[in-house]
Design a protein around this ligand. Structure first.
Ligand code: SF4
Length: 275
């Protein structure tokens, strides 16, 4: 892999109105707004104006099965295991695109796919962009890979470990099962975060009692977290699916002192990419 380039997913850097040379793009971004940026729709930083960078490729293959037997795939499959229209863009062009679209934005969110798969190129991007401006940087990761050099550039770690309800059918089941849960790696993120006085969240997709039992089991193996760092998000990638699990997840949160995690961007923009 070219370390001076990033493989971006279809929506890439979003939402933007200018290209890497600062020229206005011919059409509006998927947000429908005539300016760059959106809001973070999930987690502790919910509602914060942000620009997103979505990288292509993932080391997992999530497909969730809810207690009623319904299956839901990865909500960004086009960026994970069914990659389409990805592009390779030099670190410098990514940097310039970000700078031309963040006049009023301080928060960058790096997401995927699994961004840690491109740790070396991301490291170069952060070194380069910090020569120009300071950004608050969030990384959204499945917490199966850790990179100390990269972590130093990051302010907020959004960790989404995958529970057994995410295991897909064969032929992907074995590899997914082997990789999906790495408590030692999660602990590395937490330790780094505490050492450098940063923040993190442990965000779980949840639909039933089995998920809660697994979350408690995982938490019993981790140190340095507080209840307010644990977030439960109802399973579902559209409003109808989300509503099916909302009441149950609300109950789990209140009974355990965990945070309920909404998906604000879905209610604001609908279930589409690039917003
Ligand atoms: S880890 Fe995230 S991006 Fe990768 S397949 Fe699972 S949900 Fe999709």
């Amino acid at each position: 892999m070219d370390e001076k380039a990033l493989i971006l997913a279809e929506d890439g850097i979003f939402p933007i109105v200018r290209d890497a040379d600062g020229n206005l793009l011919p059409q509006l971004p998927a947000s429908g707004l005539d300016f760059s940026g959106t809001i973070q729709g999930e987690g502790k930083l919910n509602g914060i104006p942000s620009l997103f960078v979505r990288l292509a490729g993932c080391n997992l293959h999530c497909t969730w099965q809810s207690p009623d037997g319904n299956l839901s795939g990865c909500d960004t499959a086009y960026a994970s295991y069914a990659v389409r229209h990805s592009v390779s863009m030099s670190v410098e062009r990514v940097c310039q695109t970000i700078l031309h679209n963040t006049e009023h934005l301080q928060h960058l969110v790096i997401t995927g796919g699994e961004p840690l798969l491109q740790a070396k190129s991301l490291n170069l991007l952060f070194i380069r962009i910090k020569q120009e401006r300071h950004f608050h940087i969030t990384i959204e990761t499945n917490a199966t890979l850790f990179d100390e050099k990269l972590a130093r550039h990051i302010d907020f770690f959004s960790l989404s470990p995958k529970l057994s309800t995410s295991v897909p059918a064969t032929p992907y089941a074995d590899l997914h099962e082997k990789r999906r849960m790495q408590p030692e790696v999660i602990q590395q993120f937490i330790d780094h975060s505490l050492l450098y006085k940063k923040d993190f969240q442990l965000k779980f997709v949840c639909s039933g009692d089995q998920d809660v039992a697994e979350i408690k089991e995982l938490l019993s193996r981790l140190q340095g977290w507080k209840n307010e760092d644990v977030l439960l998000m109802p399973l579902g990638c559209n409003s109808t699916e989300l509503q099916k699990h909302t009441q149950q997840v609300l109950k789990y949160c209140i009974q355990n002192g965990w945070r309920y995690c909404d998906r604000l961007h879905i209610s604001l923009f609908g279930n589409k990419s690039g917003v």
